[in-house]
Design a protein around this ligand. Sequence first.
Ligand code: AMP
Length: 278
Amino acid sequence: MKLVRTIASARRATVALAPPRILVPTMGALHRGHVALIEQARRRAGAKGTVQVSIFINPAQFGPAEDFTRYPRMLATDLRACRSAGADLIFAPSAEEMYDIHRSVSIAESPLSTRLCGASRPGHFAGVCTVVAKLFNILTPDAALFGEKDWQQLVIIRRMVADLDFPVKVLSHPTIREADGLALSSRNAYLTASERAAAPGICAALKKAAAESPTPAAAARLARKLIQRIPGARVDYVEGVDASTLASTIRTDRPARLAAAVYFGDTRLIDNIPFPKK
Ligand code: AMP
């Protein structure tokens, strides 16, 4: 496994990597969810292909009041996890390497990015799209793997690839959870002991609501009620949305997702499950 920290060295190293090249973009602080993605990339790349992992805490996707400065940074531990999961190339650039101080071009998306997480995180998905486009240009992967935990991100990246003709296949991986149902997230480390004990209530509420409701919109109403009862929880949104348009929906003949964002103190957790519950 090779670590590169500059765009020029990433390009040089990539030329030598046999296709299919499969990229797993991350912000580091790797947990079992990320590891599952890297392992799936390894399986899909096969013995001949190669697995690229980017580790970059992208300042462009954090708002001014968000957790960019305190986001966990642990490159040495992350490199060990990447190695044992089967990665071949790690690209871990600095912010200065990725963003020229004179930059003036970025990728905008609308309307998908104005809803759900985008409504409370203006500019977030423009930052995500811009960095993913840059990673695609630098690392020229044949495929890239994203987690279903960030469903809106997955949908927007699929649109970006289709709309801007990136020759990259977008793959997804189901959400990896703790035994008590809490979706793994690097931000779970921010939770106090009592918040951590309450947080699995989000997933439990989504599951119960999806199982007991006739439509995605009705499930969202029930899930909101249940989440509001969780000690310390403050709802950002709970919505039943079409799985590809992300519009609120009462339709049951198309794939839908029941999605929530919930604050515990300053920590914002997101989760989503399929509707109807599989
Ligand atoms: P992040 O480091 O949070 O930007 O996440 C990097 C990738 O890992 C994204 O595609 C996420 O959707 C994915 N991911 C994060 N948490 C999980 C999880 N619990 N299960 C599956 N994928 C995840």
